[in-house]
Design a protein around this ligand. Structure first.
Ligand SMILES: [Zn+2]
Length: 478
């Protein structure tokens, strides 16, 4: 037992030692494990974070420094650059403003409006003299202005032509097709090609369109009374002023299908134009009558128009105006047409066109009684004048003057027209003729139609080489 005990004792001791060793081993292992886990945790979880953070903070620090430095540099550069860029921008803007201004002023000067051209340059500002190019422009206009003569090549307003047309024939095949209206068109109409040839020849000879209001104008005397005096048209010494008008711009019903435009419109560019129905039934907007054709010609030859003058459009009222049946209250488009005509007239005036009364009913105003004249005038004012605006120009139907006097008008008809606002009265004659009275102006017009070209070609010899004008498709006059 003792041995066993001893043994057991020994054995117990041995076991105790063994257990301690084992415990120690476990502790060591646990410590190692802890160290490994801790190291692992350190390496995997904390180190990267820390490292990253550290790096970040370093980076932040670095990039922060760099950024700050860059920002400062960039800011400095940007400020400098911005200033530079701003300067360059302003310089470019100024250059553009100057070149635009000169281009616009040159256009005015081409139209002989040197005063407006000079004013426009000076509108740049008081500092316009800082720019050589602006000083030169003004000096150039001033110098050209000195070369101008009153009435250009003419000595007197008596020499000024006033020419007129009816609606132009856009399609001669249709107008001169031998039907009952052909001969009438052949007498009183001019074709588009003829018109263009005439304008070209007149331009080549130095003719320049002027407003009738520049030929003779109303001035206020020292006594406070107004009176008409000859105008002060200043042109280069080789230029010849003339007035142009077009009668019956109404596109009457009888003309339908005969090769004419159908109405005046404002095109997509805001420019006065005409509409015409083509053979295939489509409607085309373009140069189918005098208004847009002259616009195109003047656009190409700005020196053909004095201070923006275009022509006078003479309207009757019995079939409306400019292709709109504004006389017909039953028309489904009545209200709309009123507005359209108002708008067209407004735009046309902005483009330099003027309007005239051609009477309401197109009657012989020489034979007309006072009562008829009054009624006809009132109606024109009410139905046409209300749309196109007031006008002081009256163009006699058939060119027949209300009086045959060579002196001062004296009839009640004149008094009524005068009191209705009309001061310029236009008849027809083969040569230029004008009377400037204190209270009105009378100016005749030369027809440039088929009759004038075919029957009295010698009357037009001063204006045209008709062999280069007359449409070859025109039949003989009957
Ligand atoms: Zn007429």
């Amino acid at each position: 037992m003792a041995r066993r005990d001893e043994f057991e004792g020994k054995s117990n001791n041995r076991n105790k030692t063994k257990n301690r060793k084992f415990r120690n081993l476990l502790i060591i292992e646990a410590v190692i494990l802890c160290i490994v886990v801790g190291l692992y945790a350190y390496l995997i979880l904390i180190l990267p974070k820390h490292g990253k953070g550290g790096n970040n903070s370093v980076n932040e620090q670095t990039s922060g420094d760099t950024k700050d430095n860059t920002d400062t540099v960039t800011q400095a550069l940007t400020l400098e650059e911005q200033k530079q860029r701003q300067l360059e921008k302003e310089q470019k803007e100024t250059e553009k403003k100057i070149s635009d201004l000169i281009a616009e002023a040159d256009k005015l000067a081409l139209g002989y409006d040197y005063d407006k051209a000079i004013d426009l340059i000076k509108s740049f500002g008081k500092n316009y003299t800082d720019y050589e190019v602006l000083i030169k422009a003004v000096a150039g206009y001033e110098a050209t202005k000195q070369t101008l003569d009153p009435l250009g090549a003419y000595d007197s307003v008596d020499e000024i032509n006033h020419i007129f047309f009816h609606t132009l024939v856009a399609d001669p095949k249709k107008a001169f097709d031998g039907d009952s209206k052909s001969n009438g068109y052949n007498y009183y109409m001019t074709t588009i090609d003829e018109f263009k040839a005439m304008m070209q020849q007149m331009y080549d000879k130095g003719y320049v369109i002027v407003s009738i209001h520049d030929v003779a104008k109303k001035v206020k005397g020292e006594d406070g009374k107004t009176k008409y005096v000859t105008g002060n048209i200043m042109l280069p010494p080789d230029k010849k002023p003339f007035v142009i008008s077009q009668d019956d711009v109404c596109y009457y019903n009888y003309m339908t299908g005969d090769g004419f435009a159908t109405r005046i419109v404002i095109d997509e560019n805001g420019r006065p134009s005409t509409e015409m129905t083509m053979d295939d039934g489509t409607v085309s907007v373009g140069d189918y009558d005098m208004v847009p054709i002259l616009e195109t010609f003047i656009e190409e030859h700005p020196d053909f128009s004095y201070k923006g003058a275009k022509g006078i459009v003479a309207l009757t009222g019995y079939e409306g105006s400019m292709g709109y049946r504004t006389n017909d209250k039953a028309s489904p488009t009545y209200d709309q047409d009123q507005e359209t005509v108002k708008k067209i007239a407004k735009v046309m005036k902005q483009w330099g066109w003027e309007f005239a009364s051609h009477s309401y009913g197109h009657r012989d105003m020489g034979k007309a009684t006072y009562n008829f004249t009054k009624k006809d005038t009132d109606r024109w004012l009410k139905e046409v004048g209300s749309l196109v605006g007031s006008t002081d120009i009256y163009i006699f139907p058939f060119g027949i003057d209300m009086e045959t006097t060579m002196g001062h008008y004296s009839s009640d008809k004149f008094k009524y027209l005068k009191q209705s606002g009309f001061d310029y009265f236009c008849g027809v004659y083969k040569d230029p003729w004008i009377q400037v009275k204190d209270d009105y102006v009378r100016m005749t017009r030369r027809p440039l139609d088929g009759q004038a070209m075919l029957q009295f070609p010698e009357r037009l010899a001063d204006l045209f080489d008709l062999s280069k004008v007359v449409d070859k498709t025109r039949p003989a006059l009957k």
